[in-house]
Write a protein that binds this ligand. Sequence first.
Ligand code: GLC
Length: 421
Amino acid sequence: MTTLSLSDQAIAILRGNDRGGYTVPTEGLYPYQWNWDSAFAAYGFAEFDLPRAWQEIETLFSGQWQNGMVPHILFHQKDDGYFPGPDVWGTDKCSGNAVSSSGISQPPVAATFTRALFEKDIAFGKEKLEALFDKFVAWHGWFMRHRGESGAICVTHPWESGRDNAADWDAAMANVDASNVGDYTRRDTSHVNPEMRPTKRDYDVYLAILYFARDNGWDEQRILDDGLFRVADPTLTFTLLRANRDLKWMGEQLGRDVSEIDGWIVALEEGVKSLWNEDIGCYDAKDLRTGLFAGNVTSAAFLCWYAGIDDKRMLPHLERFLIASPHAVASLDPTSPHYNPKRYWRGPVWVIVNTLIGIGLEDAGYRSEAERIRSDCARLIEGGGFAEYFDPEDGTPAGGGVFTWTAASWLAWVSKDPKEA
Ligand code: GLC
C-alpha cells in the first residue's frame, strides 16, 4: 500500500468534494456551495487545474442577485441533510436569479484569489476575467451601498461574517427577541459533536434575524433600518478593502476605468478607523444599533495587514496570541472569559483565517511571524488532517473532517516554500 502525500490527499479532497463545477465545503455537514469556501477552493484548484479553478468562481457568480449581491450559499441541488435550506430562506422571488440561494453574503475574498488565478496565466486570465469583472464590481458595489453606511462594512446576520458564533456578536445577539421562532430541527448537530457547535439560543437568534429579513422580502433598506442585527465587522471591512485593491489591479490589466473602485478604497481606508476600539487598543466589531464596541480581540483584527494597513499597534496583540497558544492563531483571545478552544469561532484555530493573516504579514514584510503561522498550520494538518478547525492548545482536529478550504490552504499557501508563496 502506498501512502499518499499530504498534497495528494488535499487534491483528492478537492476532487472528492467537487459536485460538477462547484465544491461543497465538506460532505454531509455543508452540502451546498458556500461563497468564501469556494474562493478558497479556487485558490487550491489553481495549483493543479487552472480551468477548474476559474470554473469555481464562475459557478459562484451564477448565483449573483440582480442587485449585485453574491449569496453566502447557493443551493444548486436540494439536500435534506442541511438546515436552513432554500424553503426557509425564501429568496426565490426577490433574487432575480433562477439559482436558489440564501439572502446574505459572506467575506469577499474571491477577487483576491481570482487575482492569484489571473497571475498564474495572464492571457487565459484576461479571457476569463472579461466576463467576470463587471460582476465583481457589482458585488463590491452592493457591499459599499448596502453595508457601508457607517464607513466600515457591517453584517446584517452573524453568518454574513463567516464567523458564525464569534464573541463579536454576543451583545448584539443578546438584544434579539427570538421567542417567536417556533420549532425546528437542526441538522448540524447530527453531523458534529454539539459541544463544538453554536448553542440552541444562538440558532434561535440566527433564525429570528433571518425570518425578519425574509418576511420583509429581503428589502435591504428595511433590513438596515429596522432589522434585528447590524454590526460593523472587521472581517468584512478588511477583506473588502483588500478585494478592492486586487479588483482595481485586475481592472487596470483589462484597461478598464477603475476610478469608482479607487473611491471605495479611499472610503474603506477611512472607514476602518471607525473600528478602532481605544479601550482595548484593537480593531473590534461595533454594534451599529447601540454604538457599542464588542470588546474582544479576535483573529479578525489581524487581517489589517491583509487589507494593506500596516498598523504597528496590532503587533503586541499578535505576539501575545503567538505566545499564548502552541498552535496559533486562536480565533479569540485565549485570556478572554468567552474563550473555548473547541467551540467553533470562540477559540479554535482556523487554517483559512491563518492563511489570510499569513498572506498579509508576508506582504507587509513580517516574515518571521508569517513563518510561525505557516509552520503551526502545517503541524496541525500533519497531525490532524484537513479538519474544519483545530484546538489551539493541543492541536486536536475538530468540527467536520475532509474540508475543502483546509485542503486548498495547504496546497496554495501552507505547504509552500515562503520564497515562492
Ligand atoms: C460555517 C462557517 C462559515 C463557512 C461555512 C461552510 O458556517 O462559519 O465560515 O463558510 O461553515 O464551511
